[in-house]
Design a binder for this molecule. Sequence first.
Ligand code: HEC
Ligand code: HEC
Length: 401
Amino acid sequence: MRFWSRAIAGIAALSVVSLVGVVLAAPQAGSQQKAQTSDQVFKNIQVLKGIPVDDFMGTMGLMCAAVGYDCSECHTGAGTDKVDWAADTRQKVIARKMVTMVAGINRDNFSGRQVVTCWSCHHGRDRPSTTPAMETVYGPASLEMDDALVQMPGQPSAGEIIDKYIQALGGDQRLAGLKSYVAKGTSVGFGGFGGGGQVHIFAKFPDQRTMLIQFEAATGRGDEVRAYDGRTGWMMTPLAVLTDYELSGIELDGAKLDAELSFPGQIKQVLTNLRVSLPATISDLPGPSSQTSKEANGGVGQDRAVNVVQGTGPRGMLATLYFDQKSGLLVRMVRYGKTPIGRVPTQVDYSDYRDVGGIKMPFHLTFAWLDGRNSIQLSEIQTNVPIDASKFGRPVQSRVQ
Ligand code: HEC
Ligand code: HEC
C-alpha cells in the first residue's frame, strides 16, 4: 500500500481504459517479443544500464523502501496521468549519484561483494541517522533477519525438516502422483485495494505455472497475469509502468522457482546447498489494521515458531523457507533476486491447508512485494486435470472499443 499503490490507485482513477479480458496465447507467440534491457525500454538511463527490465523495476522498489519514498518523490507526477518518468528531479539526481557511490564503496572496500546497499545507511529514512539514540541502544533488539543465512550448529538437518513437511503434505508417494492442478478463488487484496478479482492458477509438473487475476469488465481494470512455461515467462500488470513484458531477470528466476515449488515433492532437487538457520518466530505482516490483516490472512493471525531453511534456486537466487514447527507445513517463502543495488525480496505466506485427494494444499496465499501486496483465497483445487499448453503462453490483453 505504501509505494506504488498510491501511484497505481491514482492511475486507476484517471484512466479510461477499455481493456477487457485476457487471451492466453500459444507458447510460441512469445518468441517474437524479445526480453529487453533497461536502456532499450527507457529513455534516460545513465547508471542502471543493460539490466533486465524486471531487475530495473526491482531497483526502483528497493530505492523506495530504502529511503521511505513512493515513486512520486523522485518522479514528478507519478500517480497521475501526467507522469514523466524520464525527467530528472533533484532527488533522482541524488539517487543516481548514490548508485555510483554504493558501487564504489563495495568495489574499493569489499572486493566488489555487494555488502553495502541503500538500505545499509538509509533504513527507511531519506536522511540516514548519524548518532545512536538511547532508545535504540537500550531498546529491544532489532528483529531484522539476514538475507543470506548460514548453517547453524545444533539444528535438525534440512533433510529432516523437509521430510517432515513432505510427510505432513501426504507423503512422497502421493506427491509423486501430483502432475498438475487448477485452482480457483478470489483476490482479497489489502486494505480494500486490489480485491475482488477472480483468480485462476494453472500448474503443471515439473515447472509450468500461470496465475491469472480477472477483474470485472465494469471496473475498467485489465487482467493481471504471470505466466511461466518452463522456459519463458511473462508478466502483465495493466496499471504498472510496464503493462506487459517478457521476463528475463529476477522475475524469471522467481517465476521458475514458484512453478517448481508448486510441486513440493521435488523441493530437494530444486533448491541446492540447503542450510538450516536458528529457529525463529514469525507473525503475519501487519495490515492497514490488525483486524483487516487477520481477515486477509484467512483468520490466522498468531505468531508461529518456525524452522528456517535456506537454499539456492535458479541462477543463485536465495530462497528462505519457514516451516511451522508443530505441523511441519511450509508457512512462508521469501526469495531474493539480485540487482545491481541489492537483493529484492518477495514473500509468499501460505495458510488454510486443506486436503485435496490425500494431499494438503494451501488455500490462502499472501504475496508481498516491495511495491504492493495481495492476498488470495482459493475455493477449489482440482488435481491431475489436463491443462492446455496455451495456458502457460504469452498473455495478450484483448481490447474492446
Ligand atoms: C530515490 C529516488 C527514486 C525513487 C523513489 C524511484 N525512482 Fe525511478 N528512477 C530513479 C533514478 C535515479 C532513475 C534513473 C536511473 C539511471 O539513470 O540509471 C529512475 C528511472 C526510472 C524510470 C525510467 C524512466 C526513463 O524513461 O528513463 C522508470 C520507469 C522509473 N524510474 C520508475 C519508478 C517507479 C515505478 C518508482 C516507484 C516504485 C520509482 N521509479 C521510484 C530514482 C527513483
Ligand atoms: C554510505 C551511506 C549511504 C548509502 C549506502 C546510500 N546513501 Fe543516500 N544518503 C546518505 C546520506 C548521508 C545522505 C544525506 C546527505 C545530506 O544530508 O546531505 C543521503 C541522501 C540521499 C538522498 C537525498 C535525501 C534528501 O532529501 O536530501 C537520496 C534520494 C538518497 N540518499 C538515495 C540513496 C539511494 C537510492 C541509495 C542506494 C543506491 C543510497 N542513497 C545509498 C548516505 C547513503
